[in-house]
Design a protein. Structure first.
Length: 244
């Protein structure tokens, strides 16, 4: 069997998430349907990084195994597959990988970006979180540095997360302003369910000075998710890259 990676990009607004679900339109089901229609056979995909309903991705990956269709055929099929699938999804390439390569377990890091805009903008409705409240950028920056120094993120993991531990290595964690947008960027070796949105929502409370830096540290140390704000909407979150 030959193993192939599919690189994809998508707007998650009209999808019920990344991974295939019963009676729901997802990124995985959309691409598997297109593959089946074009190649006239079922090709089952394994995903790299799950994203929730409404979350976008500039780059994400699937892998699959196939021994009947040559790589040249897959390379030529990208244009035709893109004409079949939703306009909100793009297949950027299909590449042959070494035997045993795994799009999820081989990933060394993943980078996410959360976008906030503070002036009403109809072109940002599906791509950011409208947050028209004063923010103390110095406090946001201070909180983001604390996150980079943190290892245990149990407080920021939603319930029913099946993991062996809550430890994550954060390589980058910073806020910056671009025009009228404020963006949080975070890169780590792994992320827990709901973690990035929980981090952003809780830091926004620090930025609006409803939560002090000292209290923010205590939330992290407590391991208590009831103190974390997971309410930030999915539309502001984007998976920027999966790095191998």
């Amino acid at each position: 069997m030959s193993r192939y990676f599919i690189e994809v990009s998508y707007m998650g607004t009209h999808f019920s998430g990344f991974q295939k679900q019963n009676n729901a339109n997802t990124i995985q089901s959309e691409i598997e349907q297109a593959l089946k229609l074009y190649f006239r056979k079922q090709i089952d995909l394994t995903g790299s990084s799950r994203t929730d309903a409404g979350v976008h991705a500039l780059q994400n990956f699937f892998h699959f195994d196939e021994n009947e269709i040559p790589i040249e055929t897959f390379e030529k099929s990208v244009y035709h597959l893109n004409s079949i699938i939703s306009s909100d999804v793009v297949i950027k390439g299909i590449t042959l990988k070494p035997e045993g390569a795994h799009c999820r377990f081989d990933a060394k890091s993943r980078q996410y970006q959360y976008t906030i805009y503070q002036q009403k903008n109809p072109f940002m409705i599906d791509r950011g979180y409208y947050f028209p409240y004063p923010l103390n950028m110095e406090k946001l920056v201070e909180a983001s540095i604390i996150i980079k120094e943190t290892v245990n993120f149990e407080s920021f993991s939603k319930k029913n997360t099946q993991v062996l531990n809550f430890n994550c290595t954060i390589f980058e964690s910073f806020w910056h302003q671009i025009d009228n947008k404020i963006q949080y960027n975070v890169c780590g070796n792994r992320f827990l369910r709901g973690m990035v949105r929980g981090l952003v929502g809780t830091m926004l409370k620090v930025g609006t000075e409803k939560t002090s830096i000292a209290a923010f540290k205590k939330i992290i140390e407590s391991g208590d998710l009831s103190q974390v704000d997971f309410s930030t909407p999915a539309r502001g979150l984007m998976l920027v890259s999966v790095n191998y």
